[in-house]
Design a protein around this ligand. Sequence first.
Ligand SMILES: Nc1ncnc2c1ncn2[C@@H]1O[C@H](COP(=O)(O)OP(=O)(O)OP(=O)(O)O)[C@@H](O)[C@H]1O
Ligand SMILES: [Mg+2]
Length: 349
Amino acid sequence: MDTPTIRSLIDAVPIALVLVGQDHRVLAANPAAAELFGVPLEGKSASAVLRHPDFLGSIDACLAENRKQSARLVLTGSGRETHLGLTATPVVTAIGRSALVAFEDLTAQEQTFAMRRDFVANVSHELRTPLTALVGFIETLRGAARDDPAARERFLGIMDREAGRMIRLVSDLLSLSRVEAEERRRPAERIDILPVLKSALATHREQARGAGVELVLVAHGPAFEVKADADQMTQVFHNLIENAIKYGGAGGRVDVRIDRVERDAVLRGPAVQIEVEDHGEGIDPLHLPRLTERFYRVDSDRSREKGGTGLGLAIVKHIVNRHRGRLRIDSELGKGSRFIVILPVGSAD
Ligand SMILES: Nc1ncnc2c1ncn2[C@@H]1O[C@H](COP(=O)(O)OP(=O)(O)OP(=O)(O)O)[C@@H](O)[C@H]1O
Ligand SMILES: [Mg+2]
């Protein structure tokens, strides 16, 4: 096979391919390889393409031993890691023996593995803390506090709280995985979202009163129809209102607004916008991009103390995504935070 034929063949393959000759120079490379290593590649020595011992070693071994070689490389540069799976296969062409090196980009797969590892580690850690506390108190109740009714009552109270925390964590995890599983399926039913918002507010009146917070609703209209899942929207409002009371309650007032938007620039169409604004201490802008990550908390001790699992906003984000809407968070330290849910009105079909 001559070089033009080889070139047309490798050009058709979607993964990066580099054909290296006996003299360790590149005979041909496809567009995917050009994208990975830059151009021009042909004629360059292998070490000028990529100075990595495993890449160069694989080519050496492939050409010398006439055997397929594989390796995994991690390239660091421009601030990010690229994980590559490499296979060097000996091939014989019209111009002699050469090594065809294929690169598979494994970065996304590696990131998924890392996320899964982190997730399992986080869940285990979150469960271990209350479980350790429970075991400790059981021991105390059997020993030192055996005949002390006052201590027993106090410890049972703490155990109750810790068990409650585990139940919340597990039910949040379940609801997160349910939302994720159906994220691609957009809700079909059109509902008026205002009563949903009102009932979420009613659920929190008592908690707000206890925290010295006034809950104020301003609805700019009698009804707000969107395609939405009422139960999921209840979860969204529930978490945003609860957060505003829990973390922003110092401001003494939480404002909830619902409004219609003629055209949302990002959603490119009419939308309904629900805002939950508190006047508390606000969030450092540093944290904003990570706030909707699972288990991310600004101050984990304080959030835990308030019974939070750090999954609330992750659930909110997934639900809003499922509704093809968007979540905006504006916050200023010392002034308060504003969480805005924007839902597309959609067509009336
Ligand atoms: N209105 C707010 N003001 C200040 N900080 C906030 C506000 N809302 C959320 N946060 C911060 O964001 C973090 C994540 O919130 P999220 O709702 O995901 O978790 P949580 O409230 O700790 O737990 P959960 O909602 O699962 O009970 C909180 O721990 C808190 O630090
Ligand atoms: Mg929350």
